[in-house]
Design a protein around this ligand. Structure first.
Ligand code: AMP
Ligand code: ZN
Length: 116
């Protein structure tokens, strides 16, 4: 997709702090980290959100999850981490290119959700 921030990051057109790359996935450090470890793992191909996926996307969806632990341990979160995929308006997704947040550090990330 031509005008997508994360497509441009995956293609190297916009700089990022790269954490990992393979044939399907690119990962980089979040520009505004919410925890000491905060990595974003994205499909290299444009997928707008988890709500736009089909069975054809299963290889890349599986890869995003299967590299998460390696990314956490290599980036300061060796005792566990949290994986988050915000989806659409209700999920609070701000960037319309599917991304897996990998958050952690040396202390617990805290409660899963705040009460509303
Ligand atoms: P979400 O709210 O789930 O869509 O998360 C979007 C994330 O992208 C936020 O945590 C932002 O800090 C992060 N972000 C936005 N622009 C950039 C960028 N240029 N480089 C790295 N992270 C970014
Ligand atoms: Zn994109």
């Amino acid at each position: 997709m031509t005008d997508c921030l994360f497509c441009k990051i995956a293609q190297g057109e916009i700089p990022s702090r790269k954490a990992y790359e393979d044939d399907l996935v690119y990962a980089f450090h979040d520009i505004h980290p919410l925890r000491p470890t905060h990595i974003l793992a994205i499909p290299k191909k444009h997928i707008a959100s988890l709500a736009e996926t089909t069975a054809a996307d299963e290889p890349v969806l599986g890869r995003l999850l299967s590299v998460a632990w390696q990314l956490a341990t290599e980036n300061g979160s060796p005792d566990g981490f949290r994986a988050i995929i915000n989806t659409g308006r209700i999920g609070g997704q701000e960037v319309p290119h599917l991304h897996l947040h990998i958050v952690g550090g040396e202390t617990p990330v805290g409660p899963m959700l705040c009460k509303i």
